[in-house]
Design a protein around this ligand. Structure first.
Ligand code: FMN
Length: 178
C-alpha cells in the first residue's frame, strides 16, 4: 500500500515565496538527512569558520567538493578565492557545530593545515584550494579542489528534521561498494 502524504503537495509558483511557503520549503528540505561540517579558512583579520550541512562531493578526478554559503553570512565574501578546509564532525562535536553557527562556546583547538586551517580531532577533513564559485541565488556554491584529506573512526554527527542526531559507525565496511 502506498502511504498517503501527510500534507497536500504545495504547487510550485515561480517568484518570491510567502513566509509560510518558505517555512514549508525549509521543512521539506529538512527531511533530507545530512552530515554536519564546518568550513574553516584564514580570513582577512582572523581565522573564520561556518557550520554547514550543504557539503557534497562533486568529482573524483580531479577531487572536488562543494559547499553552499549564504550571501548574508559573514564568511561569504571573505571565502571567495581563498583556500578552505571542510571539517566533518563526529557525534560528540555538537558544541563545535553550534560554536560556528552563531552560538560561541569555548575556543576550539585549531590545526595549522598545509593549505588552510582546520579543526582538531574531527571525523574527517578535506583541505581545499579554490576551484570555482557559482551563483546560487541567495547562496554561493564554492567548489574546492581537495589537496589533503584524512579520517578517523567514530560515530558521525547528523542533522535531520531540524535537529542533531548521530549515526553509528558502520560495523561492515561499505567502502568497496562505492
Ligand atoms: C546544522 C546547520 C547547518 C547549516 N548549514 C548551512 C549551510 O549549508 N550554508 C550556510 O550558509 N549556512 C548554514 N548554516 C547557518 C550558519 O552556520 C550560520 O548562519 C552562521 O552562524 C552564519 O555565520 P556568520 O555569523 O558568519 O554570519 C547552518 C547552521 C546549522 C546549525
Amino acid at each position: 500500500m502506498i502511504a498517503k502524504p501527510r500534507t497536500e503537495p504545495v504547487p510550485v509558483v515561480p517568484g518570491r515565496m510567502s513566509a509560510p511557503r518558505s517555512h514549508h520549503f525549509r521543512g521539506s528540505l529538512g527531511r533530507f538527512a545530512t552530515g554536519v561540517a564546518i568550513v574553516t579558512f584564514d580570513g582577512v583579520t582572523k581565522r573564520r569558520g561556518i557550520t554547514v550541512n550543504s557539503f557534497t562531493s562533486v568529482s573524483m578526478d580531479p577531487p572536488l567538493v562543494l559547499v553552499s554559503i549564504a550571501r548574508a553570512a559573514k564568511a561569504h565574501d571573505e571565502l571567495a578565492g581563498r583556500p578552505f578546509s571542510v571539517n566533518i564532525l563526529g557525534a560528540e562535536q555538537r558544541q563545535l557545530a553550534m560554536h560556528f553557527a552563531g552560538r560561541p562556546g569555548p575556543e576550539p583547538l585549531w590545526v595549522e593545515g598545509e593549505t588552510a586551517p582546520r579543526l582538531s580531532n574531527v571525523l574527517a577533513y578535506f583541505e581545499c584550494k579554490p576551484w570555482a564559485a557559482y551563483d546560487g541565488g541567495d547562496h554561493t556554491l564554492y567548489i574546492g579542489e581537495v589537496v589533503d584529506f584524512n579520517y578517523r573512526n567514530g560515530d558521525a554527527l547528523a542533522f535531520a528534521n531540524g535537529t542533531f542526531t548521530t549515526i553509528p559507525e558502520s560495523q561492515l565496511g561499505m567502502e568497496d561498494l562505492l
